[in-house]
Design a protein around this ligand. Structure first.
Ligand code: IPE
Ligand code: IPE
Ligand code: MG
Length: 246
């Protein structure tokens, strides 16, 4: 039995939800139509993770770089976040989902930020699924905020600079308290990371699909999990070592 057999279902999945704009374009509709359609896919994939026994789901909803999009699209996305927060939190809470927003929350206007904080506080005691939504998030931002926290500890005299190693810096990164990332999925056909979880991706398995995000459903998730289950994760060791758990 290989380690892949022991761990067929990834504990932690992260998804770059890409392709909303192209999905809308194919239908001759504005890009925001695609973003709205993407909301149903989020609901489907959350429910599928609950059914499949995935413990942590991290979704890339808005990157540090997405602020550069046309003001109209950014505004529509912010409105969509507010609507989704007002409508979905009850059900998520009822399903035992713990909701967490990761990213530079200070960059959002106060009303939206308050809604995010309230949803996090309300669901903080839940454990069926940890749902992390990355907003105004960038992998480089994450590394910088971790480095800044470590530097502040040094300045306060709580830490020596030579005590900073991978393990310690890793503790300051977003999601450090959760199981490590097992499977990274990107929809929409692009084979790139686009500044998502740079640090956390070190040994994740990567799965790219042409399916546009609004079309992503439980069958797509299952097929990504099956792909993952076929991989042999070696973490730098040899295949023989992994087979014998040396
Ligand atoms: C992803 O879909 C959603 C966000 C980045 C907010 P896109 O809006 O990037 O859709 P495409 O890639 O243009 O099709
Ligand atoms: C990545 O998609 C960000 C999110 C899905 C939130 P983008 O559409 O912004 O990525 P690029 O620009 O194609 O690299
Ligand atoms: Mg895109």
């Amino acid at each position: 039995m290989t380690s892949a057999d022991n761990a067929r279902v990834p504990r932690h999945i992260a998804i770059v939800m890409d392709g909303n704009g192209r999905w809308a374009k194919l239908r001759h509709r504005p890009r925001t139509f695609g973003h709205n359609a993407g909301r149903k896919a989020v609901r489907n994939v959350v429910e599928a993770c609950l059914r499949q026994g995935v413990k942590v789901l991290t979704l890339f909803a808005f990157s540090s770089e997405n602020w550069q999009r046309p003001q109209e699209e950014v505004g529509a996305l912010m409105e969509l976040f507010v609507r989704a927060l007002d409508k979905e939190v009850d059900e998520l809470h009822g399903n035992g989902v713990r909701l967490r927003f990761v990213g530079d929350l200070a960059s959002f206007e106060p009303g939206l930020r308050q809604r995010m904080l309230a949803a996090m506080a309300r669901t903080a005691g839940n454990d069926a699924l940890h749902l992390n939504v990355a907003v105004s998030y960038g992998g480089r931002w994450d590394i910088v905020q971790a480095a800044r926290k470590a530097a502040e500890s040094v300045a306060r005299g709580e830490l020596r600079a030579d005590e900073i190693d991978e393990n310690l810096l890793g503790h300051f990164m977003c999601l450090a308290d959760l199981p490590p990332l097992d499977l990274f999925i990107r929809t929409g056909g692009e084979c790139r990371v686009s500044n998502f979880l740079l640090w956390q991706l070190a040994y994740a398995e990567l799965h790219f699909t042409d399916t546009l995000w609004p079309d992503f459903d439980e069958a797509c998730l299952k097929s990504a999990i099956e792909d993952y289950a076929r991989r042999e994760r070696r973490f730098g060791k040899t295949g023989e070592q992994v087979a014998t758990k040396a």
